[in-house]
Design a protein around this ligand. Structure first.
Ligand SMILES: [Zn+2]
Ligand SMILES: [Zn+2]
Length: 356
């Protein structure tokens, strides 16, 4: 008879042997495989877009690219709508002036005032139409696409062509523009080196025309307004439908021309300030930053394209002698601007060259 100690030692012995014979438990292979697949997938994905130069700006730009595309294309198409709107509104004002205002002037005003209104009104109209047509149809100027020795400042990242000084990329036209000021939806064209004068002259003469219409038709507008107010009296005054149309046309004319005179007048003054300072709208922002940066370093920023206040205007209008103020500014003229928009040497008016 064996003792319980013997049984116990046998059980322990067998247990130890069994544990020794059991294979070592391995870590499950599945997590390792998943990790490998995950890493492989990441490498494949990175290989599709990864670039050592990419950063969050690039990523955000790429994400917003469809939005930019939509805005650019809509602006391009809205440009056509805006041009039609300018033509329709201007034509409506001209028609009302011919049908309502001029007959009233001829009936009531003395001869010298009639002559003045006819001469000034038609001169203003010709200047507006000429400069609008030229501003919207004249190419603003583009940098050369082929290889050349022009002095360039940088390379356009979108066009991959060298950019001369004062040239900037227009995302709506999708090209670089010489001495770019801005893209004008009312012209459906960029404002650049070759049509800057036409653009500014259009703004100026359109503002003058609106102010002229607003002032000339003020008394007629007040009479028409009082007449419209009386429509609601009882009994209503005996106005014919023709008279009612006349009153409403004068009201429309005065409200439209006064509103445009204020809005376009403000824009014209802003552009006049920029021209006086020898800056474009784009350069205004660049120069402001540069001015601030240099001020912090105790230096003074000087705009290299500022040739003096009067000379800046002479350069814009292409005035080289006194008679040009009449023939090139006050009369329609299609003379080209000073320079080619690529190189910016000192113009003939400038006495002392200024440096940064
Ligand atoms: Zn470009
Ligand atoms: Zn443009």
């Amino acid at each position: 008879m064996r003792s319980w100690r013997w049984y116990f030692s046998r059980v322990m012995h067998l247990s130890l042997r069994w544990f020794r014979l059991c294979p070592r438990r391995r870590r499950p292979k599945r997590p390792g495989r998943i990790r490998d697949l995950w890493n492989y997938g990441k490498v494949v994905l990175n290989s599709l877009y990864f670039n050592t130069l990419s950063n969050w700006d690039t990523v955000l730009d790429s994400m917003f690219e469809p939005v930019y595309w939509l805005v650019d294309n809509l602006t391009r198409w809205f440009g056509v709508v805006f041009v039609c709107l300018v033509i329709a509104l201007t034509s409506s004002v001209v028609v009302i002036v011919y049908l309502c205002v001029i007959p009233l002037i001829i009936e009531t005003y003395p001869a010298h005032w009639i002559l003045w209104h006819l001469c000034y009104g038609h001169w203003n109209l010709v200047m507006v139409v000429f400069h609008y047509y030229k501003a919207s149809t004249t190419s603003p100027g583009y940098p050369p696409q082929e290889k050349s020795d022009i002095p360039t400042v940088t390379i356009c990242k979108k066009c991959i062509v060298p950019k001369p000084a004062r040239t900037h990329h227009c995302s709506i036209c999708n090209t670089c523009v010489l001495k770019m000021d801005h893209h004008c939806p009312w012209l459906n064209n960029c404002v650049g080196h070759f049509n800057h004068r036409y653009f500014f002259s259009f703004c100026l003469y359109m503002t003058m025309g609106c102010i002229y219409c607003s002032i000339s038709a003020k008394d007629m507008f007040l009479d028409a307004y009082n007449a419209i107010e009386s429509y609601y009296q009882t009994p209503p005054p005996p106005f014919t439908s023709h008279e009612r149309l006349f009153h409403k046309s004068l009201l429309y004319l005065w409200v439209l021309t006064s509103s445009v005179a204020m809005a376009l007048g403000a824009l014209t003054i802003w552009h006049a300030v920029l021209i006086t300072r020898g800056e474009t709208s784009v350069e205004r922002h660049i120069n402001r930053k540069e001015r601030r940066r240099l001020r912090e370093r105790g230096k003074v920023f000087r705009n290299p394209y500022h040739n003096g206040r009067i000379n800046n205007w002479k350069i814009l209008f292409g005035v080289e002698k006194s008679s040009h103020w009449l023939t090139r500014v006050l009369l329609p003229s299609n003379h080209p601007p000073h320079g080619d928009g690529i190189t910016w040497d000192s113009p003939p008016h400038r006495k002392e060259p200024e440096a940064i």
